[in-house]
Design a protein around this ligand. Structure first.
Ligand code: C2E
Ligand code: CA
Ligand code: CA
Length: 763
């Protein structure tokens, strides 16, 4: 076959492949893509020139070929430099070398070559015959030598840059550069051979084509596997975890340093690894399957935690290539986790369980043990705020800690206990062995002390016996807490048991609280009137006493609900309602019973929550009644403990025309001495506070004196609770002017009272 044709075919194939490479390079999104594409385009020019020289037998065409060849080579060099700049980027100390000087040389050489047709200084061609066909061979002149010099210099520069890059880069990356250096060296030798051997046909361009394709592959697709290999083994060596690699036969072939240390072997004793791992951790490193296990070595504070895993490695997903075992020491993480769990479940001040954790633990106990009788104990410190207030929070904290220690020292082994909130604690303990008497004694002497200050803390225990195991823990503690309410202000006793009555009371109270509003609106709550008589038994007025005619519970006396509403302040609503009713009755009586008055009751809470003066003056104005007709009963205790402000209110009420009565005189600790300063018009003495004692004579003396003293102070007296004829006549003799009691009549509905007044009016 024609040799020249053969070469041309090879060159054309190379050119076509290069064109494909160019397209792929430009499409590649790697940073090197563009400069690689340009370099490959540059390669195509001299190769095409070479092809033209080889196949054309025409002088001029050959000369064009030579120009393409030489100037194309300059263009190749130009792009080679640019490509090198990108490929070797980041090497060295980051300084950028601008290769402008190289570009100037290449440009000058190109101009020099282009001037050849004018001066003929660079080259000439001569016609020879190759295989019987004309071929124009190159006759190099001075300009051609210059051209070679320039190109070789650039070539050397590029080679040097690559060599420097290869040297400066990390060892594992060196391969990236050395493969290109080797390719370039081969190309250089190959080219030199053709230049100096002067074989008629220059085949160096085949080399260019091949190298172009190689560079394309190396820079875009080649992934250095050896490099990856070495990186992975470096990573494995540096890993803090212990790592052991086994071959498919189970022989240990490699271990990293932590691995060697972990089981205490040296590198040439690797066979001992599986045995040592077994001795230390009790796991079989050679078992065929994959597994993971957590192991704890040692205990208490010295415990160390390990996570051990075994993995197998397969190639082609089928064949066992080996296996590896990793041991991770996660002691630090475990300790941190445990510390966090501890912090979230324990109170920081006392080290006791937190409320939530306490509940969880109790629930767990209840779920697992169902034949022990348990007590839920609510521990409460009375007036703990005062401790903080007087002695400061440091002492307060100390007190809390001492309470915690006290609880710790008093509970049995199988008790669960914790801090519920600020000054309350909870204990869950077996009922057996609970000794309230012993605790009473202990608590009576409970003292907190910081060495200098001593303080007796009143600590109370509410106890609930767990009856229904399905009751929520929080409810159990609520009940234990509720038991405390039965202790009230009793400073002598400290332990109280919850019973169902207590619970029923609470339910009852909640029901009443919820119902009040409707009951008022629908007049279930209304006044009964109890007659008040003068010394002749003639009805002169009445006290309005509240009654609740309840749709379910029937008739309810105030004892059943007044104390509750006193406690929660809702008594204010009842009283306002009662006052209004009294005013309405008085206004209805106008013209018929103008002489009768009505006494209303004012609770201490009323003064606290509303403006009693404006409320009452507003009412008498609204119903257009005289204030004297409305008598106000204010309890003795309120008056005796009265402040300036309260006194002023009483004064204002009297100035507004109301008659103010001191109710339940004798029930409290009132001193007769104080009476003279009291802004009251009537003293209401309750028989039940004075009589009933064994010594009737003595109480008679007291009453007689009270009445006389009142007369002197210009205060009228009214005795209530008069039940017998004897009492009535005795009191009359003593000088009492007004009477109220079952002797005359019990409290009754308004219409009945009117009839009663009619029959007991004239005497
Ligand atoms: P209080 O104001 O001392 O009312 C007198 C209580 O003694 C009434 O009981 C009355 O029924 C009762 N009583 C009257 N005569 C006799 C008697 O001869 N012998 C005996 N043993 N008792 C007699 P009641 O109506 O059950 O009221 C009890 C308490 O409830 C009242 O004591 C008062 O503190 C309170 N209360 C009643 N109604 C109201 C009210 O509308 N508002 C306020 N805030 N409290 C009221
Ligand atoms: Ca009263
Ligand atoms: Ca009374």
């Amino acid at each position: 076959m024609d040799l020249r044709l053969f070469y041309s075919i090879i060159l054309s194939i190379l050119v076509m492949i290069l064109i494909v490479c160019v397209v792929k390079s430009f499409r590649s999104n790697k940073p090197i893509g563009k400069s690689l594409g340009k370099l490959l385009i540059a390669f195509i020019i001299p190769i095409t020139g070479n092809m033209i020289i080889i196949i054309s037998g025409n002088k001029n065409v050959s000369i064009i070929g030579y120009f393409m060849y030489f100037i194309g080579m300059n263009y190749v060099m130009f792009n080679q430099v640019r490509f090198t700049n990108v490929y070797c980027k980041g090497i060295g100390n980051g300084r950028k070398y601008k290769p402008t000087i190289i570009y100037v040389f290449l440009l000058a050489d190109t101009i020099q070559l282009l001037l050849n047709p004018v001066f003929g200084h660079a080259f000439d061609v001569e016609k020879i015959e190759v295989q019987g066909l004309p071929y124009y061979r190159l006759i190099p002149h001075f300009g051609q030598t210059v051209h070679r010099l320039v190109d070789y210099s650039v070539y050397m520069c590029v080679l040097i840059i690559f060599t420097i890059a290869a040297k400066k880069t990390a060892k594992i990356y060196r391969e990236r550069y050395t493969v290109i250096i080797v390719a370039m060296l081969i190309l250089g030798v190959w080219q030199a051979f053709y230049i100096f051997s002067r074989t008629p046909i220059d085949r160096s361009m085949i080399g260019y084509g091949v190298v172009g394709i190689m560079v394309f592959y190396l820079s875009l697709y080649y992934r250095p596997l050896r490099l990856l290999d070495r990186m992975l083994s470096n990573i494995a060596s540096d890993l803090p975890d212990a790592l052991y690699v086994f071959d498919p036969m189970g022989k240990c072939i490699w271990a990293n340093d932590p691995g060697l240390k972990m089981v205490d072997v040296v590198e040439n004793e690797l066979e001992a690894v599986p045995k040592k791992i077994y001795e230390r951790f009790g796991v079989n490193a050679l078992s065929e399957d994959e597994w993971g296990e957590n192991k704890v070595l040692g205990d208490g504070d010295d415990a160390r935690y390990y996570s051990i895993q075994k993995h197998t490695v397969r190639y082609d997903r089928k064949y066992l290539a080996g296996s590896f075992v990793s041991i991770h020491d996660n002691t630090e993480e475990q300790r941190k986790v445990q510390q966090e769990i501890y912090n979230s479940t324990h109170d920081s001040l006392t080290g006791l369980f937190t409320k939530q954790y306490l509940y969880e633990q109790i629930q767990r106990r209840l779920n697992s043990d169902d034949d022990t009788d348990y007590y839920v104990v609510f521990v409460d410190v009375k007036n703990f705020k005062i401790v903080n207030d007087i002695f400061g929070t440091n002492f307060g904290d100390l007190a809390i800690q001492q309470i915690a220690s006290w609880i710790r020292s008093r509970v049995t082994d199988n008790s669960i206990y914790g801090r519920l909130a600020g000054d309350t604690f909870g204990v869950f303990r077996p009922a057996l062995g609970f000794n309230p008497d012993k605790l009473e004694e202990d608590l009576g002497n409970f003292i907190v002390s910081d060495g200098t200050v001593e303080y007796h803390l009143q600590m109370n225990l509410g106890v609930y016996e767990v009856a229904d195991w399905n009751t929520e823990i929080s409810v159990m503690f609520d009940r234990a807490h509720l038991a405390l309410s039965s202790l009230k202000d009793n400073y002598k006793s400290h332990v109280a048991f919850y019973d169902t009555k207590l619970r029923e009371k609470v339910v009852w109270e909640q029901k009443l609280t919820a119902e009040l509003k409707d009951a008022l609106a629908s007049m279930q709550i209304k006044p009964y009137l109890q007659p008040i008589a003068d010394g002749n038994g003639k009805v002169v007025g009445a006290e309005a006493l509240v009654r609740w005619i309840h749709p379910d519970n029937g008739f309810m006396s105030p004892a059943m609900f007044v104390p509750l509403y006193e406690k929660n302040g809702m008594i204010v609503e009842i009283d306002k309602h009662m006052w209004r009713c009294a005013c309405r009755i008085l206004s209805e009586w106008k013209g018929r019973y103008d002489d009768l008055f009505i006494s209303i009751n004012i609770s201490p809470k009323d003064f606290y929550f509303i403006d009693v003066v404006s409320e009452l003056t507003g009412l008498v104005k609204e119903f257009d009644i005289e204030p004297v007709k409305l008598r106000l009963e204010i309890t003795e205790t309120v008056m005796m403990n009265a402040s300036e402000k309260r006194m002023k209110i009483l004064d204002e009420l009297r100035k507004a025309g109301f008659i103010v009565e001191m109710d339940d005189f004798g029930s409290g600790y009132s001193s007769l001495n104080l009476l003279k300063d009291m802004p009251v018009d009537v003293l209401k003495i309750d028989m039940k506070f004075l009589s009933g004692s064994e010594n009737d004579e003595k109480s008679n003396t007291i009453i007689r004196n009270i009445i006389r003293l009142s007369e002197e102070l210009n205060i009228a007296t009214l005795t209530e609770g008069v039940e017998t004829d004897k009492q009535f006549s005795q009191l009359s003799d003593m000088g009492c002017k007004l009477f109220q009691g079952y002797y005359f009549a019990k409290p009754m509905p308004v219409d009945e009272f009117v009839k009663f007044a009619d029959t007991h009016g004239m005497q």
